[in-house]
Design a binder for this molecule. Structure first.
Ligand code: SF4
Length: 148
């Protein structure tokens, strides 16, 4: 399975830290895990300014806090993550909640005010569109995976 690298303690988060999640780390320790950070795979630096998704003309754009449109880097990171999933024939991803890349149920609303809306990040969306089961860190439970 793919897992957001920051959940496993890798310091790839925008501020140079991680989002270590003890529960997820424990649940996946017996699994074959590929840690991925789509934003680093897309060529973004660490640390980096935070980014959020906004809708413009019905299209998702990713905007950095200083107003720069970084959608292309996020798309590239999503494509690279999908490439890794296909390379290793992975069918499950456990991703960080609310991220403009990894969020699968909720994302920030584009205002940089901490408000959250329903929606998905670019990587989570692309993986789901390619038949990969995407779980938010908060709703992943091993028993809900059918491994047949
Ligand atoms: S892109 Fe995903 S893996 Fe990378 S820091 Fe953001 S939430 Fe974590």
């Amino acid at each position: 399975m793919l897992v957001s690298a920051c959940l496993l303690g890798i310091n790839c988060k925008y501020n140079g830290e991680s989002n270590f999640n003890q529960r997820i780390a424990e649940l996946v320790k017996e699994e074959k895990v590929i840690p991925v950070c789509p934003e680093q795979l897309g060529g973004l630096t660490t640390p980096r300014l935070p980014c959020e998704i906004v809708l413009r003309d019905g299209e998702k754009r990713v905007i950095r806090k200083d107003g720069v449109d970084v959608t292309q880097s996020f798309l590239r990171g999503a494509e690279e993550t999908l490439k890794i999933a296909k390379m290793f024939n992975e069918s499950i991803a456990i991703l960080k909640t609310k991220s403009p890349s990894c969020g699968s149920c909720q994302i920030y609303d584009g205002s940089f005010n901490g408000r959250v809306i329903e929606g998905s990040g670019l990587t989570a969306g692309l993986l789901a569109d390619n038949n990969i089961r995407v779980f938010d860190e908060d709703n992943y439970k091993p028993e809900i995976i059918d491994r047949r």
